[in-house]
Design a protein around this ligand. Structure first.
Ligand SMILES: [Zn+2]
Ligand SMILES: [Zn+2]
Length: 366
């Protein structure tokens, strides 16, 4: 094959364009070439498409990817965990690379806030060689320093992409705002991040989990993932009514941990009322800047809340996500999230299913 196809975002709110790029054959030391097998569509891709996060256009989207190594550069002998790497290995990788040297990387140990952090499928202009730096393509070029993970044969690609960036995001968030054994947890939102938060909370030992979200097919998934109860925001549209149900669920006091995975600013107003006094509120869903809300800060003082934000994840969270996916129960649930598969040529239809919440997890098969 002398060219490879890619679905490219060339202008916000416009259909992705199918473009061809020269196929890559050779790599410099430390780099790798991967033949893409499956690429997940993340909610962030919809935000990017709609222009809610500014990126260098044109860009090949896609930051949840599994493929097979086609070429590995000199010196790239092992994956991030120390497993030997060879051409033909099935791999995934952490979607972003940080510098390791800036104030946040080195001094303050907040590498997700690295001042020169770059993410595949987000930060690389497709007009610049080697062009292929996103998952919505038949081939992807990985920079030296990418945290590559060789996937064990027992771990299906569907589980890895079904979990996508949501699982590592939830693991990072819950590391910052821990769920302890026996905790009661409320998860706002039943999209991929909400379901992943339910899984991580459950695995961490939460004994009761309430999921607030919709539509009904997502709530059914939430119950399969471990929610003991759900509130359908379509059926219970009054936030005051939802608050009453949530309080009753937690024995009248509120939850130990509330995790916002919605992405709409208004959800923060509702969520901040739901922890018990001295409880924790993790705001995980506001990745795109969707605007301001007003709220009463007295609630935070009076309830002695720990309010926590969390942005992205590090390779060590990908490592833990893959470990969680080796547990058959979670493997099946995350793989089962995938309900729609499209070829690259139908990337626009695929994006629309994510925008309209009409499928579970949607993937491209380049
Ligand atoms: Zn994502
Ligand atoms: Zn840095």
């Amino acid at each position: 094959m002398s060219t490879v196809k890619a679905a490219v975002l060339t202008a916000y709110e416009q259909p992705l364009e199918l473009r061809e790029y020269p196929a890559l054959r050779e790599v410099a030391p430390g780099e790798a070439l991967v033949r893409v097998e499956i690429a997940g569509i993340c909610g962030t891709d919809v935000h990017l498409w709609l222009g809610q996060l500014h990126v260098p256009l044109p860009v090949i989207l896609g930051h949840e990817t599994v493929g097979r190594l086609e070429a590995i550069g000199e010196g790239l002998t092992h994956d991030w965990r120390g497993n030997p790497l060879a051409v033909g290995d099935r791999v995934s990788w952490a979607s972003s690379i940080v510098c390791g040297e800036c104030y946040y990387c080195r001094v303050k140990r907040q590498p997700t806030r690295c001042t020169s952090r770059k993410a595949y499928g987000i930060s690389y202009c497709a007009d610049t060689a080697p062009h292929l730096r996103g998952g919505y393509a038949q081939q992807i070029h990985l920079r030296a320093g990418t945290a590559i993970f060789r996937l064990p044969d027992s771990l299906p690609s569907d589980a890895v992409v079904g979990a996508g960036c949501a699982l590592a995001t939830a693991i990072h968030g819950i590391e910052r705002s821990p769920v302890e054994w026996g905790d009661t947890v409320i998860v706002q939102g039943t999209g991929p991040v909400g379901l992943a938060a339910i899984a991580v909370a459950k695995q961490a030992g939460a004994t009761k989990i309430l999921a607030i979200g919709g539509p009904p097919h997502r709530l059914e998934l939430a119950r399969q993932f471990g929610a003991s109860e759900t509130i359908d925001i379509g059926a219970v549209s009054d936030p005051a009514e939802r608050h009453k149900i949530a309080l009753a669920f937690t024995g009248g006091f509120g939850a130990d941990v509330v995790i916002e995975c919605v992405g709409y600013p208004g959800a923060v107003n509702e969520g901040i009322e739901l922890p018990r006094d001295g409880g924790r509120f993790l705001i995980l869903g506001q990745y795109a800047n969707a605007g301001n809300i007003s709220f009463n800060p007295h609630t935070i003082t009076r309830k002695q809340l720990a309010v926590q934000g969390s942005w992205g994840f590090e390779p060590r969270h990908v490592d833990r996500a893959l470990r969680l996916l080796e547990i058959p129960h979670w493997q099946q649930l995350f793989a089962g999230e995938i309900t729609a598969r499209f070829p690259l040529e139908q990337a626009n239809e695929a994006l629309r299913t994510v925008k309209n919440w009409s499928a579970g997890k949607t993937v491209l098969i380049p």
